[in-house]
Write a protein that binds this ligand. Structure first.
Ligand code: CO
Length: 152
């Protein structure tokens, strides 16, 4: 396991579209482990591979309900419902927070590290984290749509 360098806003890679993962091998597993370690060290609740310079559609995240950590490969949002505006920050945009409108509930589809397809529903904060990380895979930062961005 190794800590990975975070890419910070202004780095052009953060604006690129990440590529679909097709190989579910040991290299992917090693990257996921390093991302989990880096997310923990940086005290983040989510991390997209592009934030550590890898243009792969893979994210790691924390479910704060039970403090469990997860890896999701090729994630996509199948449907969304409701709308909540709340505070967000990003490890790639240090020292700031802003208000972002996100769906209240989403249905998500993705794959695990074995390539098996998984589908689940996420609500509230978890839905927010997943939307934020999936945005990263499409070159989007929360500050693109946030209001009331402040220094913290
Ligand atoms: Co972020």
């Amino acid at each position: 396991m190794a800590l990975l360098n975070l890419r910070i806003d202004g780095d052009p890679i953060l604006r690129k579209i990440s590529k679909e993962v097709t190989k579910f091998d040991d290299k992917l597993k090693a990257l996921a482990d390093d991302m989990l370690e880096t997310m923990k060290e940086e005290e983040g609740v989510g991390l997209a591979a592009v934030q550590v310079g890898r243009l792969k559609r893979m994210i790691t995240y924390v479910n704060i309900e039970d403090d469990s950590v997860h890896v999701l490969v090729n994630p996509e949002i199948l449907s969304e419902e409701g709308s909540v505006t709340d505070t967000e920050g990003c490890l790639s945009v240090p020292g700031k927070t802003g208000q972002v409108e996100r769906p209240e509930t989403i249905k998500v589809k993705g794959q695990n590290l074995q390539g098996e397809v998984i589908e689940f529903e996420a609500k509230d904060y978890l839905a927010r984290v997943l939307c934020h990380e999936i945005d990263h895979l499409n070159g989007i930062l929360y500050t693109d749509t946030a209001t009331d961005v402040v220094e913290v």
